[in-house]
Write a new protein. Structure first.
Length: 162
């Protein structure tokens, strides 16, 4: 793509808005490449953590994000910045399945996608499995994940170039 995705248009701010409007009580943004420039796009009071080893891949961001969440958080919703057609209605549908034991992810006409809901009971396993650019993929393949059909709301396609 040539530039960090968090710096493209309004994707970062839009993603935070979508999560909040979709029912996420608190949003923690995980930044990597060009973190200072991306942070400048966000409101000053937005909670931000930085994956210093971002060049390792998506797994680094997932680990840092989950480790940053407080003890009172029951579940985390993982959303990617490069999904501009995924709106608050998709997030709300996935969030409606939240529980500490839950694992759920949006599906678009049967194809698994994001956002992904990870209940607290799974965080240790996800953190251990999140290596390289696979994120939670390996963990999710070996556990019972509820697919939440959202193809009527969005396409769920990531955007890899402008």
């Amino acid at each position: 793509m040539g530039t960090p995705k968090a710096l493209v248009d309004d994707w970062l701010v839009r993603s935070v808005t979508v999560l909040r409007e979709g029912g996420c009580d608190d949003v923690t943004v995980v930044l990597g490449a060009s973190a200072d420039a991306a942070r400048a796009l966000l409101p000053a009071d937005q909670r931000v953590v930085v994956a210093e080893d971002w060049d390792e891949g998506m797994g680094a961001s997932l680990r840092v994000g989950l480790e940053a969440l407080g003890p009172d958080v029951e579940a985390a919703v993982v959303h990617l910045v490069d999904l501009p057609d995924v709106g608050a209605d998709v997030v709300a549908r996935v969030v409606s399945t939240a529980s500490a034991a839950g694992l759920a992810r949006a599906a678009y006409h049967g194809v698994p996608g994001h956002p992904v809901l990870i209940g607290r009971d799974h965080w240790t396993g996800v953190i251990e499995a999140a290596v390289g650019d696979q994120g939670a993929r390996g963990y999710l393949k070996t556990h019972d994940v509820r697919l939440v059909e959202c193809g009527d709301l969005a396409g769920g396609n990531d955007v890899d170039r402008r």
